[in-house]
Design a protein around this ligand. Sequence first.
Ligand SMILES: Nc1nc2c(ncn2[C@@H]2O[C@H](COP(=O)(O)OP(=O)(O)OP(=O)(O)O)[C@@H](O)[C@H]2O)c(=O)[nH]1
Ligand SMILES: [Mg+2]
Length: 446
Amino acid sequence: MLTIQFGQCGNQLGRDLFSRVCADLESPNTGVSHGANYEYVESTIEKWFDGMTERGRHLARAILVDTEEKVVNGMWKDPQASWTYRASNVVCQSGGGCANNWAYGYKISSQRLSDSMVSVTRREIEKLDRFQGFLLLLSSAGGTGSGVGSRMVETLRDEYETKSIVASIVLPFTFGEVSTQNYNTVLTLAEFSDRADFSVLFENQQMHAMSTSLLNNSNTMLCDMNNIISENLLAAFQPSDEARCNMNFLTSKVAAHPNFRFVTIKSAPHVPATSLQYEPNYKWNVYVRHLKQTLRISKSQVELTNVQLKAPNPSLSKTVVSHTYSPCVSNILVTRGKSVENDAIMLEDLQKRHLYPEWIASTESLTHLHQERKFLNRDKFLALITNNSEIHRPLDTYLDKAWNSYKFAAFLHQYKQFGLEEDDFLEAFTKVENIVQEYKSLKSGN
Ligand SMILES: Nc1nc2c(ncn2[C@@H]2O[C@H](COP(=O)(O)OP(=O)(O)OP(=O)(O)O)[C@@H](O)[C@H]2O)c(=O)[nH]1
Ligand SMILES: [Mg+2]
């Protein structure tokens, strides 16, 4: 796998991600035999790293792209870290960034960076015997991650037709921040919906709320949110006991339908690091049921009940049937930790027909991946990679806000001066609107 980090958010998130990979590698409490742990460590290193420095630090298989030096220059600050980046993999043209302007990133900066991005990418891939695919990290709100990232995903799709491209896209807070973020988000989602095999969307608002309510972190900062995002990504991407589980496999299981290519990851349990040792160890089923509840829609049907902000509840009855759930195109459940006879992992909660539209075959609906080796010292950790209808809500919110600006031609001149035309906007609006409608019209079977 080759990770490409774009802009401030992509680079900061990437750094956190690789640090978490190392923390997972080094975690003392593996719960498995020496041999099994060795195998896990080997596959982890093969997936994320590319050799070592002379001082024995792992070298991340990652490319760092930005249009200002501030963030990428800070990437080497921690001399104690057991990993680092390859200096020659930094693709950065110092300038003042893209000023939160997708058009500047897409039309101007990407031209300047394109040759270097392509040649560094080729060089990285040539080194690999087996190349699985790309993981792109970016935010949709700024100008570099969104604009340069969008241009790059087009190039990669043209050049590596059969390789998987998975993107992790951070969506902005819906209040505050900058006024062009909604245009940038719509333009980015439109590009990625066509070019990436699937995109994992993370809402900053939700990450912030999880950090505040589950981790009791009243002073939540971007790095805390990145921590949660990294854990979600790693819970999904770290090795499982399914040998075929590469990015193509994940794509075929979670995004087989071309109209539905946006997924989210729900995970549990999240507890403050300081109370990890006091964490109650519930049976697997408590967590599986909790994850199902994260798909619950509130009575008024206006939104998810946001069970992600609550701790798993062991007394939750198995027989609660009156709830309504967001219809799912597909789900992948990843369980990490030991499963024993009197605490087996039961999948039936997530296999219920009422979670899936009638046209989804029951064999397609849920995939289960397991890994006995503990993840980041947790006795149990679960992630649900879910492709479900609820994603239409945030997408619709950005679309609405962008359209409201567009109607009054607000800020359009900033995009037009760099060659973006009204037709480009209208095409993006139509694309995202169609995606929203497709997801909205999903109906569960009985
Ligand atoms: N979760 C998270 N969000 C971030 C981080 N850094 C920035 N953001 C969010 O990303 C958006 C801004 O995008 P940036 O990534 O800073 O922009 P950029 O890609 O560098 O583009 P320009 O600076 O405009 O050239 C805002 O919504 C921020 O809240 C981060 O480290 N973590
Ligand atoms: Mg920036």
